[in-house]
Design a binder for this molecule. Structure first.
Ligand code: SF4
Length: 208
């Protein structure tokens, strides 16, 4: 794990990417205190959905049976709920080691229907305000989250092409004068496939 000397201002996103690349797991980020407070928000904003969900497993509420602490009960008067949720935030979210990741996930993928859930140490009203203020960035983050699935489909096409060319282009029945051309085509198809595979690995893992 890289020592905590990184620049976590919005201008420091390259630095954050480097820290994420050097950090193999959400547990290490949480242990290092990288997922709380304003710095944690900057880090979480650079994480992919799968990484945020991995972090969520480390949330302080993870082991509790008191799920209702995070939701307004049916028929519960608003004032009672507001008092109760402040206690929830103080008891669970304030000391939670991954609160920033939790909030980032809630802002990117809000629950439907909205049911007044406490997330990342914030009330739903606050989540709505933050979503609105950060709408463009969140939309871009969601688009990046979707890239691995899209790239997987893109990657399968050239993989099939490599297989087809291998079967039809370099067999014993192929005439020697066309064999050289076929080899060139096959090499280009393999290189294309490898490039897509590299890109796919970069967007799915912790690599920058
Ligand atoms: S910030 Fe709060 S809601 Fe989110 S994981 Fe931690 S305890 Fe749970």
């Amino acid at each position: 794990m890289t020592s905590m000397t990184a620049d976590f201002t919005p201008e420091g996103t390259t630095e954050i990417s480097r820290v994420l690349a050097d950090t193999p797991s959400a547990a290490e980020l949480a242990d290092g205190g990288y997922l709380t407070g304003p710095e944690g928000q900057a880090v979480a904003s650079q994480m992919r959905e799968s990484q945020l969900r991995e972090a969520l497993l480390l949330g302080r509420c993870g082991g509790t049976n008191d799920v209702n602490a995070f939701y307004q009960l049916n028929e519960e008067p608003a004032e009672e709920w507001m008092t109760r949720r402040e206690l929830t935030i103080a008891q669970y979210c304030a000391p939670c080691p991954i609160a920033a990741a939790c909030l980032e996930l809630a802002l990117r993928y809000p629950e439907h229907p909205r049911d007044l859930a406490v997330r990342g140490g914030t009330t739903e009203e606050m989540q709505l305000t933050l979503s609105k203020a950060d709408h463009e960035r969140l939309a871009k983050a969601c688009a990046l989250d979707a890239r691995p699935a899209e790239q997987r489909v893109e990657r399968l096409r050239p993989a099939r092409e490599v297989k087809r060319l291998t079967q039809s282009h370099i067999g014993l029945s192929v005439k020697p004068d066309v064999l050289k051309t076929n080899h060139t085509e096959l090499k280009a198809a393999v290189a294309h496939h490898e490039r897509l595979q590299g890109e796919y690995r970069r967007v799915t893992g912790w690599a920058a």
